[in-house]
Design a protein around this ligand. Structure first.
Ligand SMILES: NC(=O)N[C@@H](CC(=O)O)C(=O)O
Ligand SMILES: [Zn+2]
Ligand SMILES: [Zn+2]
Length: 344
C-alpha cells in the first residue's frame, strides 16, 4: 500500500463560496486544493443575470490571496423569468452553466423555479449555446417524505426533462440515492452527476449519533446505508459520468447550532483527504485521479489541468473551528484525525 498519492490537479464541480468576508475566509481552502470550481449562484439575492455573474467572478478574484492561482467557473440561478436572451449574454460572459433550485428546496432557493416547463424556451437556448444545466434534484412537494424527495425527482422531473431536452448537458448535483446513481448510470452521455464526500462517508445515522449533530445536516439529507454503498460503487466504478463536487457549503457555527439549523457541510478544508478516505475504504484509490481530475473537465468540455497535487498518509487533526468573517465555521469532522494529508 503506497503512502503517497499523486493526482492530476483536481477541480471542484460544485462549490459554495458565499460573498464578502465569508468569501475571503473560505476561498483559500478551495484554491489550495483545486485549480477550478463551479461556483454556485445561491447568494442573497441570487446571481440571476450575466452581469451579476461577471461582478461576482471579479469579487472572487479580488478575494484570492496573492500567490494562489484559482479559476472560478461561473453559474447563474435559473428563475421562472430567465430569458433566452440572457442565455446569449451568459455565454458571451463566459458563464458555463445555469442552476436549477426547485423553489424552496434548499438554502436560498426562494427565487427558484416553480414549474420547470415554464423555463423550456430558456433551456432550449442553453442547449443551443452549449451551457450546462445543473440540478438540485429534489421535489419540494410537502406530501413527499424528505428521504424520498430525490427518488421522486427522478421520475417527476428528470425523466420528462431528458425527453424534452435530449442534448442539453445535465449534471444531477450531489446525488444521494441508489435511484439517482442508477438513473445516471443508465442515462446517455448527456447526463452526469457529482458526489460529495459526506454522502460517500456517512449514512443518516451520523446525524443522530449520541444526539442531534447539526454539522452533518445538509441537503439532500444523508440517506440509509444501502444508498451510501450505491454511491461508493458509482464513484469507484471508473465511470466518466461521476465526478467530484464537494458541495462545501459554509454556514456560521451559531446558525448551525441553532433551533433552526441551516443545511450544509463545510468540507473545503479537507476535501481531497475525505475523498481519499472514502475511495481507500473500498479499495478504489486508483480510481480517485480520474474522478477528481478527468471526468469533470471531460464532461464540461474543458481541458484537464496540468500539474499535480500530492497526498501523504500522515495523521493530522482538523481544527474544530476556523474564522468565517466575524463568525466561526466548524468543518465536518472538526477535531478528528484524518489519515491522508494534502502536502503539495
Ligand atoms: N447542500 C446544502 O445543504 N446547502 C447548500 C445548498 C445546496 O447545495 O443545496 C447551501 O448553499 O448551503
Ligand atoms: Zn443543492
Ligand atoms: Zn450545493
Amino acid at each position: 500500500m503506497s503512502d503517497i498519492l499523486t493526482l492530476t490537479r483536481p477541480d471542484d464541480w460544485h462549490l459554495h463560496l458565499r460573498d464578502e468576508a465569508a468569501l475571503k475566509s473560505v476561498l483559500p481552502y478551495t484554491a489550495r486544493q483545486f485549480a477550478r470550481a463551479i461556483v454556485m449562484p445561491n447568494l442573497r439575492p441570487p446571481v440571476t443575470t450575466a452581469a451579476q455573474a461577471v461582478a461576482y467572478r471579479e469579487r472572487i478574484l479580488a478575494a484570492l490571496p496573492e500567490g494562489l492561482s484559482f479559476q472560478p467557473l461561473m453559474t447563474m440561478y435559473l428563475t421562472d423569468n430567465t430569458s433566452p436572451d440572457e442565455i446569449k449574454r451568459a455565454r458571451d460572459a463566459g458563464v458555463v452553466a445555469l442552476k436549477l433550485y426547485p423553489a424552496g428546496a434548499t438554502t436560498n432557493s426562494d427565487a427558484g423555479v416553480t414549474d420547470l416547463r415554464k423555463t423550456y424556451k430558456t433551456l432550449e437556448a442553453m442547449q443551443r449555446e452549449g451551457l450546462l444545466f445543473l440540478v438540485h434534484g429534489e421535489v419540494t412537494d410537502p406530501e413527499i417524505d424528505i428521504f424520498d424527495r430525490e427518488a421522486v425527482f427522478v421520475d417527476r422531473v428528470m425523466t420528462p426533462l431528458r425527453a424534452a431536452m435530449p442534448e442539453l448537458k445535465v449534471v444531477f448535483e450531489h446525488i444521494t440515492t441508489k435511484e439517482a446513481a442508477q438513473y445516471v448510470t443508465e442515462a446517455d452521455r448527456f447526463t452526469a452527476a457529482t458526489i460529495t464526500p459526506q454522502h460517500l462517508l456517512y449514512n443518516r445515522n451520523a446525524i443522530f449519533t449520541g444526539g442531534l449533530r447539526p454539522h452533518y445536516y445538509c441537503l439532500p439529507v444523508l440517506k440509509r446505508e444501502e444508498h451510501r454503498l450505491a454511491l461508493l460503487k458509482a464513484a469507484g466504478s471508473g465511470s466518466p459520468k461521476f465526478f467530484l463536487g464537494t458541495d462545501s457549503a459554509p454556514h456560521a457555527a451559531q446558525l448551525k447550532e441553532n433551533s433552526v439549523c441551516g443545511a450544509g457541510c463545510f468540507t473545503a478544508i479537507s476535501a481531497l483527504e475525505l475523498y481519499a478516505e472514502a475511495f481507500e475504504a473500498i479499495g478504489a484509490l486508483d480510481k480517485l485521479d480520474a474522478f477528481a481530475g478527468h471526468h469533470g473537465p471531460d464532461f464540461y468540455g474543458l481541458p484537464r489541468n496540468t500539474g499535480t497535487v500530492t497526498l501523504k498518509r500522515e495523521p493530522w487533526t482538523l481544527p474544530t473551528a476556523v474564522p468565517f468573517g466575524e463568525a466561526q465555521l466548524k468543518p465536518l469532522r472538526g477535531g478528528e484525525t484524518l489519515n491522508w494529508k494534502l502536502i503539495a
